[in-house]
Design a protein around this ligand. Structure first.
Ligand code: ADP
Ligand code: 5GP
Length: 195
């Protein structure tokens, strides 16, 4: 019997405010067959965010329990909150042949690479730190203090971009999306080499 061809695992990462969510939403609209992973977090929902859609919002003690149970493929503490990716959901989705995309922070992306060397890591880069700051202030989803906390780690995040398979500059949204689309389609359509 033919085996189901495994799906590809994409990881989109980069500093907070760089446009990951915006790009992923464009991809979701154009390619609804690509599954976008829903992460688990201890952060409070922003207005309009729903549990099970944007994140699974859980209490810190439940998150710590799940770490101990080995539930996460990767997890991180980011700006005072915990975020993680459920291991079983990732395995099942890929085994069933679906392409799956994780939108996670840089530390988490590198953890995924350790466990899943065939994951395709895409780093989204800002045109400048000033522009990043301006996007975060315009988004109005964090306090000034939270924005500076997010900005304080940007340089160290950018330093890690060489560990990614692809780097993509999000200056002009249309061009950045078209670059992302090309990468994703190329990887999905790539034929496996003979082993
Ligand atoms: P992230 O998910 O990486 O934190 P978002 O997707 O929320 O970032 O984008 C942060 C803000 O920047 C949003 O208000 C979004 O509309 C805006 N944005 C995204 N891409 C661009 C771009 N290329 N040019 C200008 N603003 C952008
Ligand atoms: P936000 O609070 O803005 O939704 O997310 C903050 C950061 O956490 C973003 O960089 C986002 O990509 C990242 N993030 C979201 N979910 C996960 C996850 O499951 N794991 C990791 N490592 N980072 C995540």
């Amino acid at each position: 019997m033919d085996q189901v061809k495994k799906g590809k695992l994409f990881v989109i990462s980069g500093p907070s405010g760089v446009g990951k969510g915006t790009l992923v939403n464009l991809l979701r609209t154009k390619y609804p067959e690509i599954i976008i992973s829903t992460s688990v977090t201890t952060r409070n929902p922003r207005p309009g965010e729903l549990s099970g859609i944007h994140y699974f919002f859980i209490k810190k003690e439940d998150f710590l329990f799940r770490i101990n149970q080995g539930n996460f493929l990767e997890w991180t503490e980011f700006a005072g909150n915990y975020y993680g990716t459920d291991k079983n959901i990732v395995e099942l989705t890929i085994e069933q042949g679906h392409n799956l995309l994780l939108e996670i922070d840089v530390k988490g992306a590198l953890q995924v690479k350790k466990h899943k060397s065939d994951a395709i890591l895409i780093f989204i880069e800002p045109p400048s730190i000033e522009e990043l700051k301006s996007r975060l202030f315009k988004r109005e989803t964090e306090s000034e203090q939270e924005i500076y906390e997010r900005l304080s780690i940007v340089k160290s995040e950018i330093d890690k971009k060489t560990e990614f398979n692809y780097c993509l500059l999000n200056d002009k949204l249309d061009r950045a999306f078209s670059d992302l689309e090309s990468i994703v389609l190329k990887e999905i359509n790539a034929t496996e080499s003979c082993k």
